[in-house]
Ligand binder design. Structure first.
Ligand SMILES: Cc1ncc(C[n+]2csc(CCOP(=O)(O)OP(=O)(O)O)c2C)c(N)n1
Length: 332
């Protein structure tokens, strides 16, 4: 594992921190609204919420370029929104409307928009990692310096596809960043039951790439570590495995009473809520902002989500004859 203690800190001006706060709050409130709409029966299928993990996707995307790529998981709303997928198009997708980012055919677990570099998410655990390696190989062969990020959980880290992708990426020195979001449970299974080593990032050495553990609830730290990995990849020096330690402050999916973990553990992690932490950083210290600045962001985010819900509700459903359209991408 490598020590990134001396890695350069991306600029952490107040305006940048407020921007990161807004991005994380958008994801949090978007998903809280989705959950309410799901319970009202307005969103079909199921939902895997990202509540508590927002600092990972926001920190990583804050140091990506628009023409870089990300590949999300079955828990993809945060990955997509942080990369720039429109809340309108994502909400419409969750409503299975024709204006959705996958034209209403994908639903929650497949949201994405290639025009902002967000591949449609892949719900087969670990299956996005080889595609990320392929995307990175494509960038390398085209001679661009674009990088690709693959997100997966600590459960996904045990999938054969992830091992294969990391090995190939290291051998070919591909510009890909593997971001393992270790939220301690793969659905109901504690990580200690499926991983025999202390940190998944330790595996990086076996592939021949740097591995680093980061506090995944600290958006500034995530951005700092990600920027080092991204710049390394852009220079042609190959992949990095980042393990972001975090916690899902919600159930795995619908109707999860979280019987596999204690209320005390949940309370401990609520204290480390990435939004609460950043709000605290912003409202204390030398450059403290007035709390009204955060209230304004809250109001702005609420209006943005109201707009997305109104857009989704007003949008038409696909017609049955649309079923065979846009199934394959055509280079027209
Ligand atoms: C290949 C595969 N196996 C099983 C599942 C069912 N499944 C969906 S989510 C999940 C847990 C994944 O855990 P982890 O990768 O740690 O991600 P997290 O849910 O914690 O975000 C499982 C087993 C699946 N979607 N794909």
């Amino acid at each position: 594992m490598i020590d990134m203690a001396d890695a350069p800190m991306p600029t952490t001006s107040v305006s940048r921190m407020l921007h990161l706060y807004r991005e994380m709050l958008l994801i949090r409130r978007f998903e809280e609204r989705c959950n309410a709409l799901f319970l009202q029966g307005k969103i079909p299928s199921t939902l895997h919420l990202y509540i508590g993990q927002e600092a990972v996707a926001v920190g990583v995307s804050s140091v990506l370029r628009e023409d870089d790529y990300v590949l999300g998981t079955h828990r993809p709303h945060g990955h997509g929104l942080a990369k720039g997928v429109s809340p309108d198009a994502m909400m419409a997708e969750l409503f299975a409307k024709v204006t959705g980012c996958c034209k209403g055919k994908g639903g929650s677990m497949h949201v994405g928009d290639m025009s902002v570099g967000a591949f449609p998410a892949i719900a087969i655990v670990g299956a996005n990692a080889p595609i990320a390696a392929g995307s990175a190989l494509s960038a390398k062969m085209r001679g661009t310096d674009q990088v690709t990020v693959a997100y997966f959980g600590e459960g996904g880290a045990n999938e054969g596809a992830v091992h294969e992708a990391m090995n190939m990426a290291a051998v070919l020195r591909l510009p890909v960043i593997f971001v393992c979001e270790n939220n301690l449970y793969g659905a109901s299974t504690p990580v200690s039951q499926v991983v025999a080593i202390a940190q998944i990032a330790d595996r990086a050495a076996a592939y021949g790439m740097p591995g680093v553990v980061v506090d995944g609830n600290d958006v500034i730290e995530v951005a700092r570590v990600a920027s080092v990995a991204i710049e390394r990849a852009r220079r042609g020096e190959g992949p990095t495995l980042i393990e972001a330690m975090t916690y899902r402050l919600c159930g795995h999916s619908r109707s999860d009473a979280c019987g596999y973990r204690t209320r005390e553990e949940e309370a401990e992690w609520r204290e480390k809520d990435p939004l609460v932490r950043l709000a605290h950083q912003l409202t204390t210290g030398m450059q403290a902002v007035d709390k009204t600045a955060l209230d304004e962001i809250e109001n702005e985010v609420t209006r943005r989500i109201d707009q997305a819900v109104a857009f989704a509700e007003a949008s038409p459903s696909p017609e049955p004859e649309d079923a065979l359209l846009h199934v394959f991408w055509e280079n027209t």
